[in-house]
Design a protein. Structure first.
Length: 366
């Protein structure tokens, strides 16, 4: 076997690759055919609602996977990943707002909220925001730089455990309060919405929605493969050692700060990319995405699916958000109780999550 074949075999076994292939087939073939080729009224037709919903859940799955890389493999429990997700969304949202042009309510070449506030020019943060490449770069740089600077000082000061979690929660809460202010220049509590075009192509047409869906699916699969490669490499084994016994790793001559900072920054960048993919599909981004409750919910996704498995994070994000979509429509007043009950049941009876429960059942039946 060649080196590429050995690498592929090491990432996943035959069953794993077959499952991943079936998943890709459903996303890249079945979904587009059911949405674009099968006419409305046919029982097999997939509506725009389902395309947007599954696309949104896949964005959340990327965030859960990013969280699992930091928490499941390096022991870094973050309660602020919603901040990185929202920053990526805002960075790309600026470009989408500039693409509206003069099609807004006030028929001006500035976003409606700026015209309403009687702003005469764009704030400094909006510099070059009419360029796709620049905003795409900001999607990666803004969450990455913030995570790098914050992580550098936190990890160097050996802040970890519950103290690190509390600080990340305080950071995202402070950012949420900042973005709620109209003077910040990001739309205040309404945020960005009413998007018209992306790369001069209408956002609302079915082909654009499906293209965004396919890009999100490719990003999710690519993130899973890259994450799997990381955790099975020497770097990943050192991360696991840091998670289990950081002091022993230091005595072996490794500097945990470098490894924790690298995976923490990479995790933040993945969240930013997920946020950028989320915004054009959902059609809105506002400071509520930065709320501490959202970041806590991300940790619940990972716990439900199975911490330290990557696939479990994706499964958990899908299960919890699927249940959320149902309960917030059918029984909206009971959703938070259901979410709390799910977390309690998983903690008590499924400490390894849904994926771990499946593995236990397979071992017993074998």
């Amino acid at each position: 076997m060649g080196p590429v074949s050995l690498l592929i075999a090491r990432l996943y076994g035959p069953r794993g690759w077959m499952t991943l292939a079936a998943f890709a087939l459903a996303l890249f073939v079945v979904f587009p055919l059911c949405n674009l080729a099968i006419p409305e009224g046919n029982p097999l037709h997939l509506s725009a609602y389902w395309v947007s919903l599954v696309g949104k859940i896949m964005c959340y799955a990327i965030v859960a996977l990013a969280m699992d890389l930091a928490w499941g493999y390096a022991g870094i429990l973050s309660l602020g990943h919603g901040l990185f997700f929202a920053l990526g969304g805002y960075a790309f949202g600026m470009y989408l707002m500039r693409q509206i042009g003069s099609d807004g309510q006030y028929k001006a070449n500035m976003p409606d909220f700026m015209v309403f506030l009687d702003w005469k020019e764009f704030p400094w943060a909006w510099w070059n925001s009419d360029q796709f490449w620049w905003c795409a770069l900001l999607v990666v740089l803004v969450p990455g730089l913030l995570a790098f600077v914050f992580g550098f000082f936190a990890f160097r000061s050996r802040i970890k455990g519950v103290y690190f979690s509390i600080i990340t929660q305080a950071l995202t809460y402070a950012a949420m309060l900042l973005f709620f202010r109209n003077a910040t220049g990001f739309g205040g509590n309404n945020g960005f919405t009413d998007f018209k075009r992306i790369l001069d192509i209408p956002v609302a047409i079915p082909s654009t929605r499906m293209a965004l869906f396919a890009i999100t699916a490719a990003t999710l699969i690519g993130s899973l493969l890259l994450g799997r490669y990381i955790v099975t490499s020497k770097f990943g084994r050192i991360l696991a050692a840091i998670r289990d016994a950081e002091s022993r790793v230091m005595f072996c001559g490794y500097n945990p700060v470098h490894y924790k900072l690298a995976i923490w920054t990479f995790s933040a960048v993945l969240c930013g990319i997920a946020g950028a993919l989320y915004v054009p599909q959902v059609g809105i981004i506002n400071p509520s995405e930065m709320s501490p409750a959202n970041s806590i919910e991300i940790a619940i996704w990972v716990a439900v699916g199975g911490r330290g498995t990557l696939v479990g994070a994706i499964v958990g994000a899908g299960l919890v958000n699927g249940a959320k979509s149902y309960f917030t429509q059918a029984f909206p007043e009971y959703w938070l109780y259901v979410l709390g009950l799910i977390f309690i049941l998983v903690t008590l009876f499924m400490p390894k999550g849904v994926v771990g429960l499946w593995s236990q059942w397979k071992n017993r039946s074998a």
